[in-house]
Design a protein around this ligand. Structure first.
Ligand code: PLP
Length: 635
């Protein structure tokens, strides 16, 4: 592709992106593909010869797009926003065009210097104390762009670990570093992002995960007690990661309390992770949420979440840049330059050596929107979240599960976690809306986040309508299922009665023959006479229900044999049941008028085993027991 074609294709690409974003709501929010779908659509080898650009773009639409989750879709309400804006896209495009690698000042001075300046701009705009700003007179701090919040937490923990080990080594010069390392303890709340746990795994240190209060906020006293307890055990607290705007419910740890308590533990690094919420502090009315920042050693927020900047752009500020870089400095000769002492080399501020020109897009965003434009954007999302909260509160079947301070609303149907899981699952399956769950205070909640840059009140109302529609459907189904459950339970409860009903089908003609009822047959009594009565020589077993309803299997069969036109034959049908070493012969005495061939209490069944015919009638109860065992194992 030469520059002439690049111009043409570049314009086409801009057109494609604009059309994509403008027509997003015609697509499903989430794809309906199975894992491995793309493997079946693309060749297993890279093409050996160059391919036609139009063909590549046609594959984008036909093969890639069906597998895309559309994070910029107006119906996408999952996670937190994925920052995106035209100025940011263009800034990234320019950075890619320049294509420099800014690991040191000398490697590309503008790349380094713009990062320092833009980080100072943003730091001031969100209200960070002066000691976090690189260009402030007398400051030892400064800001840096990292790839992700996870990386910010990791590098600060690495710095804290290096500082703690240095201090311990000075106190115990003859103790191995490995032994000192196993004494280190980091702290965070149960609501902290999992990246803290991951950082502790990488740093090979212990992490104590603490219980927050009922508002999902970690309190100073909790931290203090945990640290004191650990110190008594001989452990060394060295790092605390607090969160302003937790991932689950956008809760805020009590930073002023925690900071105050940490004054009792000098040397413990206090980090503040405000990956999402930190961007909102650009609004003066939200700055109180940053209270306590004066205690912090480091702070991170992601403009690539909520400040219209495309991934990756996670900003980190530290109070003391030497404490950060001394944990990460390696200085081979080939990376040294004449200005090493006078300039910032960002390669010492993070894990990778190579760095993109990421400050360009943030610079473009800050300049094209201005602080006022960004404030407007943040306030707009908060207004939308408040609108959603009001809609939820109006429906008494739902409840709100967080304090809605920013753009995240946590809600649930009043009812079980399972019910809410089902609700979210059917909504997400529909592809009409996308939300994710979280567990807050050990309860399953659904997170609804205002995400799309240009989302409107109508989008919020539409989303709520969808949620209500699915909730109605689910609750109706649940009611129906509950009814079915009750019916099933009732069915089971009455199974025994049903069995006896079968018996009565045979033995109690008044159930099926009203004529008998009218004739006034003798009432069946639950206190039954002895099941065995003697009539002549044959043992006669009354077939009344409660003689022994364990034997229900055999009776309906006998009834079948005795029904229809089998009147006469039925009298002498002998049945042999497996597991029942017995012949059954129906003997109809037909003493009841209108009973036809149907058996009645007076139409008794003779159960006669070959032996029984000769034996005493008292053998009969044995036969009944055998019949009952056949019920347990019908065959
Ligand atoms: N910290 C918080 C509070 C978050 O909400 C998130 C992600 O949502 C992270 C950290 C991890 O962010 P990243 O993906 O940039 O590592």
């Amino acid at each position: 592709m030469d520059s002439t074609e690049f111009r043409k294709r570049g314009m086409e690409m801009v057109e494609y992106i604009c059309t994509y974003l403008e027509t997003l709501n015609e697509r499903r929010v989430t794809p309906s593909v199975e894992p491995g779908y793309l493997r079946h659509l693309l060749p297993s080898e890279a093409p050996h010869e160059p391919e036609d650009w139009d063909q590549i773009m046609s594959d984008v639409e036909d093969k890639i797009m069906p597998g895309v989750t559309h994070w910029q879709h107006p119906r996408f309400h999952a996670y937190f926003p994925a920052g995106n804006s035209f100025p940011s896209i263009l800034g990234d495009m320019l950075g890619d065009g320049i294509g420099c690698i800014g690991f040191s000042w000398a490697a590309s001075p503008a790349c380094t210097e713009l990062e320092t300046i833009v980080l100072d701009w943003l730091g001031k705009a969100i209200g960070l104390p002066d000691h976090f700003l690189a260009l402030k007179e007398g400051s030892t701090g400064g800001g840096v762009i990292q790839t992700s919040a996870s990386e910010c937490v990791l590098v600060t923990m690495l710095a804290a670990r290096a500082q703690a080990l240095k201090r311990l080594k000075a106190q115990h010069p003859f103790v191995e570093e490995g032994h000192l390392l196993c004494k280190l303890m980091a702290y965070c709340s149960k609501e902290a992002h999992s990246c803290v746990e991951k950082a502790a795994m990488i740093c090979f240190v212990k992490l104590r995960i603490l219980e927050p209060d009922e508002n999902a906020s970690l309190r100073g006293q909790t931290i203090y007690e945990a640290m004191e307890e650990d110190e008594l055990q001989g452990l060394v607290p060295f790092f605390v990661s607090t969160t302003l705007g937790t991932t689950g419910s956008c809760a805020f740890d009590n930073l002023p309390e925690i900071g105050k308590q940490l004054e009792r533990f000098p040397g413990v690094w206090l980090h503040v992770d405000a990956a999402y919420a930190g961007n909102s502090f650009i609004c003066p009315e939200l700055k109180p949420l940053l209270k306590g920042i004066e205690y912090a050693d480091s702070f991170n927020t992601n403009p690539n979440k909520w400040l219209l900047t495309n991934f990756d752009c996670s900003t980190l500020w530290v109070r003391d840049r030497i404490r950060l870089t001394s944990a990460l400095v390696v200085d081979p000769l080939y990376l040294k330059h004449g200005y090493s002492d006078a300039a910032i080399d960002y390669r010492h501020w993070g894990v990778p050596l190579s760095r993109r020109f990421r400050s360009l897009k943030l610079w473009f965003v800050l300049r094209s929107y201005g602080i006022s434009g960004l404030q407007h954007y943040i306030r707009h999302h908060i207004k939308l979240a408040k609108r959603f909260e009001e809609l939820v509160l109006k429906d008494k079947r739902f409840e709100i599960c967080n304090q809605v301070k920013l753009g995240l609303v946590c809600f649930r149907l009043k009812g079980s976690d399972k019910l809410n899981e089902k609700l979210l699952s059917i909504i997400n399956e529909s592809g009409k809306l996308h939300m994710v769950p979280a567990s807050v205070n050990d309860r399953y909640i659904i997170r609804f986040c205002a995400v799309a840059q240009n989302a409107t009140a109508e989008d919020i109302d539409y989303a709520w309508d969808i949620i209500v529609d699915f909730a109605n459907e689910l609750l109706e189904k649940e009611q129906h299922d509950e009814l079915s459950d009750i019916i099933n339970r009732k069915k089971q409860d009455t199974l025994a009665q049903k069995r006896s009903f079968f018996v009565r089908m045979v033995s109690d003609p008044k159930i099926y023959n009203p004529a008998i009822n009218k004739a006034g047959t003798p009432k069946l009594s639950m206190e039954l006479p002895s099941p065995v009565v003697s009539r002549g020589n044959a043992p006669i077993i009354r077939t009344q229900s409660s003689v022994d309803h364990n034997s229900w299997i055999s009776w309906p069969l006998a009834f079948l044999f005795n029904s229809g036109n089998n009147e006469d034959k039925g009298n002498n049908v002998s049945l042999r049941f497996r597991h029942l070493d017995t012949n059954v012969r129906h003997s109809s005495s037909r003493r009841n008028s209108g009973a036809g061939s149907s058996p009645s209490p007076e139409n008794e069944l003779d159960i006669v085993s070959a032996q029984q015919e000769q034996r005493s009638p008292r053998r009969s109860p044995n036969v009944m027991r055998k019949a009952s065992s056949s019920r347990d194992n019908p065959n």
